[in-house]
Write a protein that binds this ligand. Structure first.
Ligand SMILES: N[C@@H](CCC(=O)N[C@@H](CS)C(=O)NCC(=O)O)C(=O)O
Length: 225
């Protein structure tokens, strides 16, 4: 049985949505990242990068959300779009993995979690996140989905981060990006979204972002013990 190492953050939620869309059977393995469970030797054998999501597919480990999406989509021939659109699919997946995700993550960090205000870094990452939103917004003019005419893992992947627009960009969220808003509303109306959002709701993940959580997430801010 596929094991899905999960914490309800934007990257694991991509995989949660893929599994909800496809109905593939899996066992949920909670990794409470606010308690630092991503740093255990047991988990690092599955993901040496010590982050969620990761999967163990009967002995095959795969880590990093977009690698997992590609691996599962290829293996089960699901949500890949048309073969002639493979180049587009890979391009948008990499755009999300190397651009939208990291810049959004850093924007969240400097807006909400940096120990002191750092205006230059905050603006740099906010502006880069906004630029990635603009690229998506322009691309989605007159299109329903990111790749060809099909709902694919590129949409699944983008949804994980676009769902956090207000945390990344501030209160106005998707308001300046009407095509992206239309796309987001259409993806959000899919039945699998509710199932993905409900995943792990019965698990008592740690909620407070206290000292223990800060040590787990930002060990560079603490002396090595
Ligand atoms: N590139 C990775 C990033 C994974 C990532 O940053 N995961 C977050 C949750 S959304 C995490 O596990 N954070 C815990 C930590 O940074 O210690 C991916 O796409 O899977």
């Amino acid at each position: 049985m596929l094991k899905f190492y999960f914490h309800p953050g934007p990257n694991p939620m991509k995989v949660a949505l893929f599994l909800a869309e496809t109905g593939l059977p899996f066992e949920l393995v909670p990794v409470d990242t606010l308690k630092g469970e991503q740093h255990t030797a047991e988990f690092k054998a599955i993901n040496p990068n010590a982050k969620t999501p990761a999967i163990d597919d009967n002995g095959v480990r795969v880590f990093d959300s977009n690698a997992i999406l590609l691996y599962l989509a290829d293996k089960h021939n699901q949500l890949l779009g048309k073969p002639e659109d493979r180049g587009e699919l890979l391009s948008w997946l990499m755009f999300i993995a190397t651009g939208l995700g990291p810049f959004s993550g850093q924007s969240v960090h400097f807006r909400h979690f940096a120990p002191e205000e750092m205006t230059y870094a905050t603006n740099r990452y906010l502006r880069e996140a906004q630029r990635h939103y603009e690229v998506l917004n322009d691309h989605l003019a007159g299109r329903e989905y990111l790749v060809g005419d099909d709902y694919t893992i590129a949409d699944v992947s983008a949804w994980g981060w676009i769902d956090k627009a207000t945390v990344v960009l501030g209160e106005e969220g998707l308001a300046p990006y009407p095509n992206l808003q239309r796309w987001f509303d259409s993806v959000s109306a899919r039945p699998a979204i509710e199932a993905a959002r409900n995943l792990g709701k019965d698990i008592a993940f740690k909620g407070e972002f206290d000292d223990e959580a800060k040590r787990a997430f930002f060990p560079q801010n603490f002396p090595k013990t």
